[in-house]
Write a protein that binds this ligand. Sequence first.
Ligand code: HEM
Ligand SMILES: *[C@@H]1O[C@H](CO)[C@@H](O)[C@H](O)[C@H]1NC(C)=O
Ligand SMILES: *[C@@H]1O[C@H](CO)[C@@H](O)[C@H](O)[C@H]1NC(C)=O
Length: 520
Amino acid sequence: MQILAAVPIVNMYTLAVLAVAAIFLPMLRRKRKKYPPGPAGLPIIGNMFDMPSQFQWITFANWSKDYGSPVVHARIFGQSVVVLNSHQSVNDLLEKRSSLYSDRPRSIMFQEIMALGTWSLPFMGYGPAWRIQRQMFHSSFHPNTVSSYRPVSTECTRKFLRQLHESPEKFRDHIHNHAGRIIMKIVYGYDIKDEGDHYVWLIDEHFRIINERCDIGSIFLVDYIPSLRYLPSWVPGFTFQNIGEEYRAVADELVDRPFEDVHALLAAGTAIPSIVSQHIEHVQQVPNITAAQQAEEYLQIKNMAATAYPAGKDTTASAISAIFLGLVLNPGQLKRAQQELDVVTRGVRLPGFEDRDALHYIDCLVLEALRWNPASPTAFAHRLLQDDEYKGYLIPKGSLVLGNTWALCRDEGMFPDPDNFNPDRYLRGPKGERHPAEAYVAAAFGYGRRACPGRSLALDTIWLTIAQVLAIFDVLKDVDERGAELTPNVKFTHGLVSQPETFACRIVPRSEAALLLLHN
Ligand code: HEM
Ligand SMILES: *[C@@H]1O[C@H](CO)[C@@H](O)[C@H](O)[C@H]1NC(C)=O
Ligand SMILES: *[C@@H]1O[C@H](CO)[C@@H](O)[C@H](O)[C@H]1NC(C)=O
């Protein structure tokens, strides 16, 4: 979902067109007031050349240091971008003034031409349609409901453990399939195939088009010169219409098809209970519902359901992968987690959710992964609905406001030696008092009214997966032909979702007895 965080990068062609267009555009409507500090920028284009195309969160954190302010401002053409680099500023603005700061960037390309804003919660503007979807999401994924999905997670995790045993070298694929399988099973009662699954293909297409095929230059252009959307698609250079059509075909199937399948299975009496089947049954039980009302309800269910997998799969997988990497680098932590596990299960059964309170170290691993490798390093961009003032500075209406989660998670005051994977940061006091650092990791799930509604499910999935993996396996450094250990690099990708770069590790059963737990 980096795309909402990405500040548009413009190619030279676009630039030329824009320079001409700019002459006709009333760019400097606003009288100069005091914006928060930031790089100076050029006339008209503003800070376009100061914006890095990758790892913006690092540059933003550097600006914050350079300009001595947690809140920094940059401008691209007329668009203000405000980055919040401290817990305090995020809390003051995105949390406390959440009703002003919860809109999303208005992108004609994403929201209208690709139509994402009509169905996908993360892209929807702040308003009644978003509120309905958000409520639907909440009702399906709040902590009490999520605990009823635990049998499904447990069953899926069993499958994951077997795969890890059969082909440990493919652990990254297994992790991704696992994270996706749990969501699909909970949402649709559908079991994804390990290879060649049509639904998985659709999601991959959806991301591919958003991520790669979009010439961001064109998006930018149509966003700044809205009348371009009426250009016919054969005009050279303006591929956005084609991309829009290509994308909508994928999205329509993604939204409709799995829903229709559940609907048909329900009618045949063979549906596996799921979020979607329950919602459909609920609608069917409403007395005297009109066809129009029913269609509207179905639309809401479909949209909610179709959002969960794309929003939840790679983010969850990223955190699980980061724990694997952290443990490979820190065998002492692996041992510590396993000792805690062995005390609780005595090695004769797999740990389950009922053991959660007794297995705090696993929670520490989860928290540390979310901090060390925030999957969404600048959350998704929020948009400010009206002029606001903060510490004497003007934050203009329409600003894109980014919480720099990456910087918050590397705040040395709260997290000393922040580049190290160190779950001990969250160890509780003798009476079980929580360490304050625990609360700060919430930033990994975003901010205010837009904060991730899937977090309970994500935390459940990651926790159970790690607890059960560590009960059975050691996760160790790979070795070369001569038996020397290979230490993986700690690098995280730039992309829709940030995750550890490819790394190798050895996943070996702890003992014959541990392996038996797999088959019980
Ligand atoms: C470790 C896993 C996850 C992480 C780190 C994560 C992180 C985030 C972040 C940073 C945001 C943006 C918040 C903001 O704009 O301030 C977000 C939004 C969202 N997440 Fe998650 N997420 C995770 C898992 C999930 C799962 C499993 C689901 C679904 C079941 C999900 C569904 C959503 C949705 C629908 C939104 C958009 C909410 C809105 O715009 O109102 N996420 N998530
Ligand atoms: C940020 O600052 C650090 C330390 O001053 C420097 O090493 C790094 O190259 C900078 N990174 C970027 C992307 O500006
Ligand atoms: C549904 O319609 C029937 C017949 O039209 C009517 O008798 C009944 O009261 C209605 N029920 C509700 C809950 O509106």
